[in-house]
Write a protein that binds this ligand. Structure first.
Ligand SMILES: N[C@@H](CCC(=O)N[C@@H](CS)C(=O)NCC(=O)O)C(=O)O
Length: 350
């Protein structure tokens, strides 16, 4: 009897100590949830974002030294979410071969460079893709003079392609599965691939379709080249981060989702002032008028409003950089919102 009482007392004491420890630890645990990368970025005063060395519409440096593009805008959106200022970003141009190692080695905080999400890129380099900002697929460009209508007519062709890409692997698979042969003309940079193709060294240039639209603009006679209708792969493009900082992954992921949700809710850089006065619960949560979603990420509650004011919602970024009114002229297609015929779909902020 005496012993069971003593045991009960011991158990009660143990439970009490456990509870007290939990209660005292909990706020500390919440504070510890702050991303290490975020702390470094704040300390440094700018975000370091890896981008393409030069791909019109996605990441492009003009003669006046100004960067523009869909991927560059994502870097700016992230800077706006963190600092309230889209200019607090250093862009680091990276080749296809160098990009994942640069991220793994901590040379950049995030990679936003027309990169396809594949399993081995995550497992080999210790990375996580944050989402799919652009649904793409691989295609072929050929001179119109060849008078072909399908990639299946390319048996035996010389094909210009870039190393360090999913493109080259898909090319091998596609020709093998269709019992066709090809001769690869491999370059380590797009510049060389385009120059080789323009000089007539290959009958076709293969790349992600979005990139073919961009690269066609660089040819001496763009209108003389045709992008074939075949789409031979899935190329889900998106930003990537290192796997060892899940709180950072959350920040980058929710910036993308906030931009997609903003478009769905009709909140844009032009309507953000009205949105801040909105009484719609979903809009209020997005712009920080209800809840503390930004603080939960280690940011301020104005995080998404700052992104939308500075860079715009997903549709604005698409239209400005690659949409039908730009030189690239790429229809929204799969990148239309899910409720408008596409597959861009973001989890709710709630
Ligand atoms: N999405 C594919 C292809 C990405 C890629 O790097 N494409 C080349 C061909 S256009 C490119 O952007 N090159 C630009 C460069 O290396 O500067 C991947 O992630 O592997």
């Amino acid at each position: 009897m005496g012993r069971s009482l003593a045991n009960a007392a011991r158990r009660a004491l143990r439970d009490w100590i456990f509870l007290a420890a939990m209660l005292s630890l909990f706020p500390a645990a919440a504070a510890m949830a702050t991303s290490r990368t975020l702390l470094e970025v704040r300390e440094r005063g700018s975000l370091i974002c890896g981008v393409n060395e030069g791909l019109p519409g996605f990441s492009f440096l003009d003669e006046r030294g100004a960067w523009s593009g869909f991927d560059v805008d994502f870097c700016r959106a992230l800077a706006a979410a963190i600092f309230g200022d889209p200019a607090k970003v250093q862009l680091v141009p990276l080749s296809a071969d160098a990009r994942f190692k640069a991220l793994q080695d901590g040379k950049i905080d995030v990679l936003s460079r027309n990169s396809t999400w594949t399993m081995s890129r995550e497992t080999d380099f210790g990375l996580s893709f944050v989402g799919i900002t652009y649904y793409d697929g691989q295609g072929f460009m050929v001179p119109r003079a060849m008078r072909i209508n399908s990639a299946l007519e390319l048996d035996g062709a010389r094909i210009c392609v870039q190393s360090g890409t999913t493109t080259i692997d898909n090319l091998v698979d596609y020709f093998a599965s269709n019992n066709m042969r090809f001769e690869p003309v491999v370059s380590t940079s797009t510049d060389v691939a385009v120059r080789n193709y323009d000089a007539g060294l290959c009958s076709a240039l293969t790349s992600d379709l979005s990139q073919l639209y961009a690269l066609r603009l660089r040819l001496s006679k763009p209108s003389e080249h045709l992008i074939l209708p075949d789409v031979i792969s899935k190329e889900p493009l998106g930003p990537a981060v290192r796997k060892d900082d899940i709180e950072w992954l959350d920040i980058v992921k929710w910036v993308h989702f906030a931009m997609v949700n903003a478009e769905e809710l009709g909140v844009s850089s032009k309507t953000i002032a009205q949105a801040l006065r909105s009484q719609k619960p979903e809009v209020m949560r997005l712009v920080g008028a209800r809840g503390n979603f930004g603080e939960q990420l280690g940011l301020t509650n104005a995080w998404a409003a700052n992104v939308i004011r500075a860079v715009g919602n997903y549709g604005e970024v698409y239209d400005r950089n690659v949409g039908v009114k730009t030189k690239l002229g790429i229809p929204r297609g799969l990148n239309q919102l899910w409720n408008a015929g596409g597959i861009q779909y973001a989890p709710p902020i709630r």
